[in-house]
Design a protein around this ligand. Structure first.
Ligand SMILES: NC(=O)C1=CN([C@@H]2O[C@H](COP(=O)(O)OP(=O)(O)OC[C@H]3O[C@@H](n4cnc5c(N)ncnc54)[C@H](OP(=O)(O)O)[C@@H]3O)[C@@H](O)[C@H]2O)[C@@H](O)CC1
Ligand SMILES: [K+]
Length: 481
């Protein structure tokens, strides 16, 4: 599990650790780790040209101490001080005595740099980059240098990943102690590049976390596994209410996701039974109301329904887990969602989330973590917000509280018609197998992203292929590949 902690939590832990250590020890640990990564990236340190962008706080201090270490190993290191009146004084003195120089012109220094260290601002930053920093940041990005951000790309909000205006686009971010949410959630994640974690001795429990990202091992432990005793009901029967005369394909894709998600059986209820059975003859179909369809251990409702809300009341009234997606999100009665006793998983994309919250889509995109938490609170449900970094926040009971999940396996190629339908079936299958809503959503998103990456290989994918790739992704996770 990769766990990220909020700035407040990090600051509290840092204070406690600092009280037990000699003054400046933490910054030395941070700078040493930063210098090691820079040296690795440079290959040869002696003779390399390094430029430090130095802001007015401790983030700039880290950069100066790391710069001193590189200068002692023979690199030509130049510091661009964004405010010469406000700089980490002791760090600057150490940097100068190690042979570092202060640049007269930032732009000129940057033109020939091999590596740029972004120490403008870290977890103390508020808002996007200030005007004074913009010319050097732009020059750094235009140079051919590798850009390494200290702790966080300057301009990215550590707690939310929000970028107000401009921010540094790093090739690598060296972060200290623990991950910060802004490094895992878009748009911040995109600015961070590859993230390297440097241990500085901070000790924080999972319970103090703000956001976590499942890794292969976590997903492997959560995957349902049939035993010799299994029959279809033990593996879970999932019911799908999806599709319409106009959108039969949504039903087919949701069923595809559900079958690939390991359900013992899939029941389909709706007008697209012909299309479903011709593609997947193993599906059990019925045309009446969902309540009459027979035993089901989790329902998925919504993909491609158009304006037909007739099945939703039955589904929302069922005492089993329910996933609502796509048109179902618009058609479902919010009171019926809030009033449910069994787990409920809502799976909007940013546009649907914006409609549910009554805000503009851009607002959701800019503050994805806040949006998913707000929806989970409003609907007393677990909410999965789809996107390049899909987020899942818990409602009542399981997963409640602040610890949300972020999925790191997504790919931009997943933004394709029908891929959400596959995801809804897949997550529904996991619910039917007995996973809680937070686990079903995050494991489903993980496999879905991995499946898309596997079949894409960097090229466009279609939703059917994503469903077809789930088995391979499942196997990779199980075998730790
Ligand atoms: N604590 C520890 O134990 C350890 C901390 N460590 C390091 O310290 C970092 C935190 O340092 P910090 O607290 O000094 O804050 P920091 O990120 O340098 O920013 C504050 C300064 O930036 C300014 N500023 C604000 N917003 C801005 C913007 N948008 N654009 C430009 N400037 C902006 C703000 O100015 P002001 O608002 O006061 O005018 C203030 O002067 C942390 O990220 C890690 O790198 C490591 O050494 C490990 C041990
Ligand atoms: K930084």
């Amino acid at each position: 599990m990769r766990t990220a902690y909020s700035v407040d939590t990090v600051r509290t832990a840092e204070r406690a650790l600092m009280a037990r250590l000699p003054e400046g020890a933490l910054m030395q640990r941070a700078a040493a780790g930063l210098a090691v990564v820079c040296a690795e990236l440079l290959g040869k340190v002696y003779g390399a040209r390094v430029v430090l962008l130095v802001g007015s706080g401790d983030n700039g201090g880290d950069a100066l101490y790391a710069g001193a270490r590189l200068a002692r190993r023979g690199a030509g290191v130049t510091a661009v001080l964004l405010d010469s009146e406000r700089v980490h004084r002791v760090g600057l003195a150490a940097f100068l005595s190690a042979g570092g120089r202060v640049a007269e012109s930032g732009e000129r220094a940057l033109a020939g740099a091999d590596l740029v260290v972004d120490g403008i601002v870290g977890i103390g930053g508020r808002g996007g980059l200030r005007a004074a920093a913009l010319p050097v940041v732009r020059a750094a990005l235009e140079s051919r240098a590798v850009v390494v951000s200290v702790d966080l790309p300057s301009g990215v909000d550590a707690d939310t990943g929000q970028v107000a205006g401009e921010a540094v686009r790093a090739d690598v971010t060296v972060t200290f102690g623990v991950y910060k949410p802004g490094l895992l959630v878009d748009p911040g994640r995109e600015y961070a590049g590859a993230v390297r974690l440097v241990d500085i001795g901070l000790e924080l429990g999972r319970g103090e976390g703000d956001l976590e990202a499942l890794q292969h091992g976590d997903v492997a432990r959560l995957l349902p596994e049939p035993t010799g005793e299994s029959d279809k009901y033990r593996r879970g029967v999932v019911g799908i209410v999806a599709g319409s005369a106009r959108y039969p394909g949504a039903a087919v894709l949701a069923v595809a996701g559900a079958l690939r998600g390991g359900a013992g059986a899939v029941r389909y209820v709706g007008p697209a039974a012909g299309a479903v059975v011709s593609r997947f003859p193993e599906t059990l179909v019925s045309e009446g109301a969902p309540g009459k369809a027979g035993r089901v251990q989790a329902w998925v409702a919504g993909p491609g329904l158009g304006d037909d809300a007739s099945g939703l009341a039955d589904v929302l009234g069922a005492e089993v887990p329910v996933l609502i997606d796509a048109d179902g999100l618009r058609l479902a009665d919010p009171e019926a969602v809030r009033g449910r006793a069994a787990p409920t998983l809502l799976t909007p994309h940013a546009g649907e989330a914006a409609a549910l919250l009554g805000v503009a889509r851009e607002e959701v995109e800019a503050e994805r973590l806040a949006a998913v938490r707000e929806l989970a609170d409003r609907f007393s449900a677990t909410v999965l917000l789809k996107g390049s970094t899909t987020l899942v926040a818990g409602g009542r009971g399981e997963g409640a509280g602040r610890l949300a999940r972020v999925n790191s396996t997504g790919t931009a190629w997943l933004a394709t018609a029908g891929s959400g339908d596959v995801l809804s079936g897949l997550c529904g299958s996991l619910l039917a197998a007995g996973l809680g809503a937070l686990d079903a959503g995050s494991v489903g998103a993980y496999l879905h992203g991995l499946a898309a990456r596997r079949v894409s290989g960097g090229a466009p994918v279609v939703a059917q292929d994503v469903a077809g790739g789930i088995a391979g992704a499942w196997g990779d996770v199980r075998h730790g590949l």
